[in-house]
Ligand binder design. Structure first.
Ligand code: NAD
Length: 331
């Protein structure tokens, strides 16, 4: 059987081929799955997808009509897949329920420290042989407060690093993580976390309940000089409202690895095209904002684990086994 993998980055391609060797043939495509590219999947029983593939009802119907029976998603988040429709169409769906949380937590810290210590501006200046310090002043984080929204695997890894910095830890979640409590993290209401935190970081999944978790009111509740980091999902922040606050001169820094309209942009080279997204265009003009294109997970360790688990998920499907990674079981 040939597995068709959508949204494969150049670095990933040899890793995917090596991982499937001895099991199944695999063809990696740079394009993302959507209504236009779905016909390519025709005749492939198993396909593999990534976060910015569109697996809404229309695409799933095209896949099912073309003979696809299994989707192996190469990520933890699955907000891009309509699981109900997949189930109705008899499509098995599996994801990678866990991989190195350190990849994302360490990257969230990279964004936080880069905006705090003005690293991008400093680097640009020294390349120009401009060695002034004006405008580069940051703040010690030791003794300041980190507010962690979502204290699961990644939130916990972030909290451990914050603990190492000597920060006071506040958390908000629907379930409490005893390991975070042991680090001294105090669970509080979201409003209190936002009001008291110098650094706010998001690690909850994107669900109807968490869509625009950071809306205009939440942004207003934050300290004027807070740092905001989102390495989870773009839809957690109302970006238009964030732009409004930034225009008003608020926040020490904002680090975003995800953006709510990133599909169709992130992972692609759009440098020679006219910019159509005015919100993103405005966002990147703020000197205190750093945007990266969904690369928090992109370490050798995490990508290796994602691919190995994806191979296991496909082998489980063909053997009729069911693991914790299965979101829609084989019917
Ligand atoms: N940028 C990237 O490269 C990247 C990579 C991997 C994961 N992520 C994102 O990070 C998120 C977190 O990953 P994780 O491995 O820590 O997941 P996890 O399941 O271990 O933790 C998620 C936490 O969110 C909490 N939560 C769920 N629903 C909630 C709600 N309605 N209100 C409050 N809390 C809620 C859960 O109780 C849990 O503690 C993923 O869902 C994904 O969106 C991003």
């Amino acid at each position: 059987m040939e597995i068709l993998a959508f949204g494969v980055q150049a670095d990933e391609s040899p890793l995917i081929e090596r991982a499937f060797q001895g099991h199944h043939a695999v063809r990696g495509l740079g394009v993302f799955l959507d209504e236009d590219t779905a016909p390519i999947a025709s005749g492939h029983e198993v396909i593999s997808t990534s976060v910015n593939c569109d697996l809404g009802a229309g695409v799933l119907e095209q896949l099912a009509a073309g003979g696809t029976r299994m989707v192996a998603q190469r990520s933890t988040g699955f907000n891009n897949i309509d699981l109900q429709v997949a189930g109705r169409l008899g499509l098995t769906v599996a994801r990678v329920s866990s991989y190195s949380p350190y990849s994302v937590a360490e990257f969230a810290w990279t964004l936080a420290m880069a905006v705090n210590r003005r690293i991008v501006r400093a680097s640009t200046r020294t390349r120009d042989f401009d060695f002034r310090l004006d405008g580069l002043m940051g703040r010690d984080l030791h003794g300041r407060t980190a507010g962690i929204l979502g204290t699961g695997k990644i939130g916990e890894a972030f909290a451990r690093i914050a603990h190492g910095f000597g920060m006071r830890l506040l958390g908000w979640d629907v379930t409490e993580n005893p390991a975070c409590r042991e680090l001294g993290l105090t669970y509080v209401l979201k409003e209190r976390l936002l009001a008291e935190s110098d650094l706010v970081t998001l690690h909850v999944p994107l669900l109807p309940a968490t869509q625009h978790l950071i809306d205009a009111a939440a942004l207003k509740a934050m300290k004027d000089d807070a740092i905001l980091v989102n390495s989870s999902r773009g839809g957690l922040i109302d970006t238009a409202a964030l732009v409004g606050e930034l225009r008003a001169g608020r926040f020490t820094g904002v680090g975003l690895d995800v953006y709510e309209a990133e599909a169709g942009l992130f992972f692609l080279d759009k440098s020679l095209e006219a910019v159509e997204d005015d919100t993103l265009a405005r966002l990147v003009t703020f000197p205190n904002v750093l945007v990266t294109s969904h690369q928090a997970y992109y370490t050798e360790d995490a990508v290796g684990q994602i691919i190995a688990t994806t191979v296991d998920n496909v082998l489980d499907y063909t053997a009729g086994r069911r693991s914790e990674n299965v979101l829609v079981p084989r019917s």
